[in-house]
Design a protein around this ligand. Sequence first.
Ligand code: SF4
Length: 235
Amino acid sequence: MKGLRRPDAATRLRHMHDRLARAYGPQGWWPARNTFEVILGAYLTQNTAWKAVELSLDNLRNAGALTLDALRSVALEDLQRLIRPSGFCTRKAPALKAFITMLDTEFAGSLCALAATPTQPLRRRLLALPGVGPETADSILLYALKHPVPVADEYLRRIAERHRLLTPAPEHNRKSYESLVQLTRDAFASDAAEHLVPIFNEFHALVVAVGKAHCRKTADCTSCPLAGDLRYVSA
Ligand code: SF4
């Protein structure tokens, strides 16, 4: 579109957030009851839908194993069986055990002590754990431990690609994940630091909402709240 002045990508992403917030309203994430459940959910939801995670959480609850104390003593084989509905249980169960070992040996078993660690060293520590990639680490940091870090999931990657927010288009790798995180940080750079936890929380939830409603494998742009931004794609 000739003559159309295109705002920078961070400004566009901020406007996209504003449009989604107007269209969908408050999202009220994360769908878990307490800090430890959020951490469990962040592990269990890897490569699976939340409905499957709920089945695993129900299994753990029914077995009296849905607490940090209980998971410390549950045998690895039993944990694998209880979380089987979420898939990859032979990888996720040892990963959860490794998280608890780290918590007990380095943070005196305290989630509060874990949460009190500065963001960047804590992010590096989480990323060094088995079975923890950047999306899982950032979900734990943001939703469980209340650190101001954005979560860049597959839906955001897809939207960024379709709206050409990043050049080259984001791929499925660590570098592109970090580019999306930085773009999201830039989009909210003018917001006060103390507001960033609820903002990033809500933004991720809104991205998931539009991803599920419209930006699926085949895009349904017709009534999507973000369709207006597409005019910049060919500008
Ligand atoms: S469905 Fe279309 S308008 Fe909506 S976010 Fe995806 S590409 Fe953009």
